[in-house]
Design a protein around this ligand. Structure first.
Ligand code: ADP
Ligand code: MG
Ligand code: MG
Length: 916
């Protein structure tokens, strides 16, 4: 009988192998780092008594060893440990590896910590050779089955271990070519039409091909086969598509893969055998239904590879109620055990069910929320767990446009509905047709939306999928690679659309029963919620949540998706410590942000207010004035406009805090550039074109980002901040007059020394005092500063004495901290990311080690002087989940981000609070 002890090595020696078999296992689900996800869950399923074929896992430590030692293996692995573990399996099954009478066949499977669907290699039916195939034929009484296994094995071994699989999609797999030729000779279409003799002939043709292409004979010795297969699995960790996948998913190279070796069970034994994959709930919309597919008389990859479009799992209920009931039982055992939606692989061998894999199922953002909220209601998980299960970015999927039903009806009325496939990834996508990943990348680079159209996607297409709005395939089911990967990426996806016929060579897409030919670059629309494929563009409209919150065209009670979202947000708000503010300078932006749950404005950029309508003229007049009188006259024109702006913003925000930054950018940013613009302006402000041009030249700076901007402007021209402060305080007075208490937070930009802040504060206080005295209304206000210059961060103790609050301007702090201009970084950042100099852009996610360190120092210094100094972040990174987690840990009071990122920030802040 199986004995877990037997694969243990002597004390002190590193253990590399972990066995599993009915009822017990050396490992368990918690050991994913060592056993990979597949190995850990095979062990766990064995422990909880599910029918798992016996096997063992060679740990990821061996993969690391393999790469550290010129692709060799640790001592004793092949001589002692593997034979021992194999002995376990042989003991359980009463078969022997390589036995010509009753051969044990194995699968050799890759499996890293997190699933990388289809990226690495697996070999099935290992252990077959000229002798054992006969044994298998006799033992099973089914020579056709035995030779089908052998044919598959030689092909897989040749492709994977002997490396005959072409790396380029355009080249033809040598075995596929032989198979097709054979079918052609026989005039048959399906593999099932081969006789035993045909299969034998195929095997010998395959072997000839192997000899021709590699100069080596196909290895007959099962032990040699095993050695080769294990090496191939470890090698597949570094194949190109696995590397690309790791980059996209931020999986580090050092993790390595485990290698699982398991007794084969056979779904290809006849009509009472089969194989399938399933999710315990709907992975696209989260509904609590069994969601899966299967094929009878099929093995392994046949379901996921999209070769035949498989049957829905409900069909199994009719075809084989007993197996279905057992599977359904396992579905609920797994959900209760893992308390999550699971993705399973199973095989039926002569009416016996076996579980071959389970893992937490990948799902869309929509499904993630639905499942999490439902599972709280079902008592499987608590609210905190629900929050931890949803990646903040997944919320984006719910805020994305959907097709306008009326417009879609119009398109359908015009006969543009081409076909309906399977709705694998919800949402609406319109874009230009691309038939391969390379074209998709090109079209994307030109700034166009892409719909990737493939017969079936394979892991090689992953680059193309990453840049596409939507993915459409002719073949494959809901659990095909295309569907799986698209859902994980949050892409709109329609699969298994059999009515399509795609010709890669001609770059054409045709549809059954339709004369229309769509070509490369033509527009196509796909609805991933319904599976519809429509020629041309279809206009989109806002999704439910936006219609409820922003457009207010949908009542909450008619909006089930909004209700889920709202529930989740309520839970998130209960646990987060960070406040969430928004960056907004117009009342409508502020209102949107409040609808999304913003609690204040963290950054109002006053310069944006000067761009609307005639405001720019007064601004230009101010900048171009020759003297202070002229400037004041222009500022007098700006004052009422600014006051109105601030009043509007205050009104939208009610009594919520509003941080207003005084004018920041260099003045010439406001000036006209073209000759005709200059002429027009000169006319308006009564100056000569020459005078205007001369003044513009005066204002020219070599490096405006480091020039006359920020607080420097106000120190040189105090009348500018004075006007702004007057407008702010007067607007606050008006609000107070109307019964709303507003406490404006006036923020001074680009301070590097406390002196600058003191000088500017002087101007602010004097102006405020004047207004308050004149209006006879008492207004409380705060004066604080941006911390966005490294010197300010490092001297924050001194600056804190003069400040009521700090707001970290991490855009400038990153630019100055890294000496890297954001607007120019497009030239080199992509190369930097490719070479892994940066994991991600420091302008998107805060550079924790450098910029974060400055922030940390500043927080310590500031709070050492003023323990309750209010701190926030207002840079672009404020809406990024990793940055938010950092801000939580650092002890900031709030983060501020753009209105549409507020829900993401709320969730990220809650997750940070739960994690720390
Ligand atoms: P992937 O990670 O790409 O899913 P797997 O290692 O799970 O690769 O294997 C590929 C296919 O082979 C799957 O369909 C799986 O169910 C099947 N398979 C793996 N091991 C066995 C086995 N022992 N018996 C039968 N089928 C197997
Ligand atoms: Mg699998
Ligand atoms: Mg700045």
């Amino acid at each position: 009988m199986f004995e877990p002890e037997s694969t243990k090595t002597s004390p002190g020696e590193k253990r590399y192998i972990y066995s599993f078999a009915g009822g017990c296992a050396d490992g368990d689900a918690s050991m994913k780092n060592l056993l990979g996800g597949k190995g850990a869950n095979l062990a766990e399923m064995a422990i909880i008594g599910l029918p798992v074929p016996p096997g063992f896992t060679i740990s990821t430590a061996v993969c690391t060893w393999f790469y550290d030692h010129q692709k060799t293996f640790p001592e004793n692995l092949f001589e002692r440990d593997i034979p021992k573990a194999l002995g376990n399996i042989e003991g359980v099954l009463g078969k022997r590896f390589g036995d010509p009478e009753n051969p044990l066949l194995l699968s050799v499977r890759s499996g890293a910590r997190t699933s990388m669907p289809g990226m690495m290699d697996t070999i099935l039916n290992l252990g077959l050779n000229t002798d054992t195939v006969e044994g298998l034929a006799r033992k099973s009484g089914n020579p056709r089955f035995a030779w089908d296994c052998y044919r598959r094995f030689v092909q897989m071994y040749g492709d994977v271990v002997l490396d005959l699989k072409p790396s380029d999609k355009k080249q033809i797999d040598p075995f596929e070519a032989i198979l097709e030729a054979k079918k052609h000779e026989l005039g048959i279409k399906l593999d099932t039409g081969f006789s035993v003799e045909d299969l034998k002939d195929l095997v010998s043709r395959y072997k000839v091909a192997i000899l021709e292409k590699t100069g080596r004979t196909f290895p007959e010795d099962p032990c040699e086969q095993l050695l080769g297969a294990i090496g191939a699995v470890f090698n597949s960790w570094n194949n190109e598509r696995a590397i690309v996948y790791r980059r996209l998913n931020h999986i580090p190279d050092y993790w390595g893969t485990a290698c699982n070796i398991q007794a084969m069970v056979f779904g290809n034994m006849g009509s009472d055998s089969g194989t399938g994959v399933a999710f315990t709930r709907d992975a696209a919309n989260g509904d609590n239904i069994f969601y899966g597919e299967f094929l009878m008389n099929a093995q392994g990859e046949d379901v996921v590879a999209g070769i035949r479009t498989p049957l829905k799992i409900e069909q199994l209920k009719q075809d084989n109620p007993k197996i279905y009931a057992q599977l359904d039982d396992i579905r609920s055992i797994l959900e209760k055990h893992y308390r999550d939606m699971m993705d399973i692989e199973f095989t039926i061998e002569s009416n016996r069910l076996f579980m071959l894999q389970c893992r937490v199922g990948k799902r869309t953002g929509m499904a993630a929320i639905k499942i999490a909220v439902d599972m709280v209601k079902e008592g499987l998980i608590d609210e905190n767990e629900a929050i931890m299960r949803i990646e903040p970015e997944q919320l984006n999927q719910l805020l994305r446009p959907v097709f306008d039903l009326k417009e879609k009806q119009v398109a359908i009325g015009e006969g543009r509905l081409l076909a309906t496939g399977l709705n694998a990834g919800p949402g609406a996508a319109t874009g230009r047709i691309c038939f391969n990943a390379a074209d998709a990348a090109d079209v994307f680079k030109q700034g166009e939306a892409v719909i990737l159209v493939r017969i079936e996607t394979s892991p090689e297409d992953i680059r193309g999928m990453a840049v596409s709005e939507g993915v459409l395939t002719e073949r494959g089911g809901m659990t095909s690679h295309a569907a799986l990967v698209a859902r994980q990426m949050g892409k709109v996806c329609v699969v298994g659309c059999g009515a399509l016929s795609i010709d890669y060579q001609k770059g054409e897409l045709r549809v059954e029963g339709n004369d229309l030919v769509l070509r490369d670059g033509d527009y196509l629309s796909i609805d991933g919620t319904t599976g519809e494929v429509i020629a041309g563009k279809v206009p989109t409209r806002n999704p439910e949540i936006i219609e409820v919150l922003i457009d207010k065209t949908l009542k909450p009670e008619d909006a089930p998706i909004w209700a889920l979202y709202n529930q989740l947000m309520e839970w998130a708000d209960r646990c987060r410590k960070l406040s969430i503010r928004t960056n907004a300078d117009q009342p409508d932006q502020a209102e949107n942000a409040i609808s999304f749950g913003a609690e204040g404005i963290g950054l109002c950029r006053t310069e944006h207010m000067f761009f609307g309508g005639d405001k720019i003229d007064a601004m230009r007049e101010m900048i171009l004035a020759d003297d202070i009188e002229g400037r004041k006259a222009a500022l007098d024109k700006l004052l009422p406009v600014q006051r109105e702006d601030f009043y509007g913003l205050f009104k939208a925000m009610g009594s919520r805090p509003v941080t207003i930054r005084l004018l920041d950018p260099p003045l010439h940013e406001f000036l006209p550039h073209t000759v005709s613009e200059i002429e027009a302006l000169a006319g308006k402000i009564g100056k000569s074109v020459e005078a205007v041009t001369a003044r513009i030249d005066d204002l020219h700076e070599c490096n405006p980002m480091l020039g006359l901007r920020g607080c420097r402007l106000g120190i040189l021209h105090p009348e500018i901040p004075a006007m702004q402060v007057r407008a702010i305080i007067e607007a606050a007075c008006r609000m107070k007059h109307e019964g709303h208490e507003v406490v404006p937070e006036i923020m001074v930009p680009l301070v590097s020394t406390v002196k600058e802040l003191e000088v500017t504060s002087e101007i602010i206080h004097k102006t405020a005092r004047d207004v308050i005295a004149a209006q006879g209304i008492d207004i409380r206000y705060l004066v604080g500063t941006m911390i966005e210059v490294p010197r300010a961060a490092l001297t924050s103790a001194a600056i804190a004495r003069a400040a009521d609050f700090f707001s970290y301007g991490t855009n400038d702090l990153t630019q100055m901290g890294l000496g890297m201009s954001r607007d120019d970084s497009g030239q080199f950042l992509p190369a930097y990311q490719q070479q892994e100099i940066f994991d991600c852009s420091p302008f998107e996610s805060i550079d924790i080690d450098g910029v974060g360190r400055m922030l940390d120092i500043s927080v310590q210094e500031g709070r050492s002087v003023k323990p309750d100094l209010k701190l926030g972040i207002c840079g672009e990174q404020g809406g990024d989940p990793a940055t938010i987690e950092f801000c939580h840990k650092t002890g900031l009071n709030y983060v501020s981000c753009s209105p549409f990122r507020v829900p993401i920030a709320r969730l990220a802040a809650a997750r940070a609070a739960l994690q720390c």
